[in-house]
Design a protein around this ligand. Structure first.
Ligand code: GLP
Length: 237
């Protein structure tokens, strides 16, 4: 893992932007994208740049079950407002939160990923070490699936909703096996509430209890963290 420690999330956005820029310059065509507060500064830098994705494909990590794409809480809406309105891709895929047949939706999404191997996947990190919505204990050989969100994730994501009760209880998520197939992974984490998960991911045992520790087995991972998120690491990076 290449670990880059920056002062704060704004600086992290600039580093994240560079990773996207280099990937594009090296011919990347398929970008795996993430939502949440973490990648926002990277997306801002991209929006304010001259990078052009009009020949590229994007595939998002996850989407809530039961939420329409035009709902402001949907990940589709998040992507439109934080990136796609300014930087359109040739084709953008997200799981369909309203899919009437979840099994068929999962298969459809897996085929999209198989047909469009991801060159660069950006990831955030849950406080409990989740990536995408792969919660602690998730099997590692699973591809896209429907996830029952844990109480801690529901609580953490309640800040985006009117109340905790409004947070969906399930989501579609790429699985750990899908994520590990990406050629290059870029994980970002900012703030001291991510420090335990960051420690587990980088220095902890490789265990399903910290889903992100699976990244220790990937040959090309860039981790961008701020000083607060790095504060529990025992080694200097
Ligand atoms: C959610 C998302 C993840 C994200 C995580 C962290 O659960 N499904 O993809 O990485 O939360 O969110 P944030 O970046 O807002 O801290």
């Amino acid at each position: 893992m290449k670990v880059i420690v920056v002062k704060d999330q704004a600086a992290g956005g600039k580093e994240g932007y560079k990773v996207f820029k280099d990937a594009l310059a090296n011919g990347a065509k398929v970008f795996g994208l993430a939502t949440g507060s973490t990648p926002i500064t990277t997306y801002k830098e991209i929006v304010n740049s001259d990078l052009d994705f009009s020949n590229c494909t994007s595939i998002n990590l996850d989407e809530y079950v039961g939420i329409a794409p035009d709902n402001e809480q949907s990940y589709k809406y998040f992507m439109q407002s934080n990136l796609f309105n300014d930087k359109p891709f040739k084709q953008s895929y997200l799981p369909d939160g309203l899919a009437s047949d979840p099994e068929a939706e999962v298969k459809r999404y897996d085929k999209i990923i198989d047909d469009n191997p991801i060159d660069l996947q950006i990831l955030g990190l849950g406080r409990n070490g989740h990536i995408g919505f792969n919660e602690p204990g998730t099997a590692r050989d699973v591809t896209t699936h429907v996830v029952d969100l844990t109480p801690s994730t529901i609580e953490a994501n309640a800040r985006f909703f009117a109340s905790e009760n409004d947070v969906p209880k399930q989501a579609f998520s790429m699985g750990l096996a899908s994520i590990m197939k990406s050629k290059h992974l870029l994980l970002e984490a900012f703030g001291d509430n991510k420090a335990d998960a960051v420690k587990g991911m980088i220095e902890g045992p490789d265990t399903v209890d910290c889903p992100a520790s699976i990244l220790q087995n990937h040959p090309d991972v860039t981790v961008i963290i701020d000083e607060a998120a790095a504060s529990k690491l025992s080694k200097k990076y």
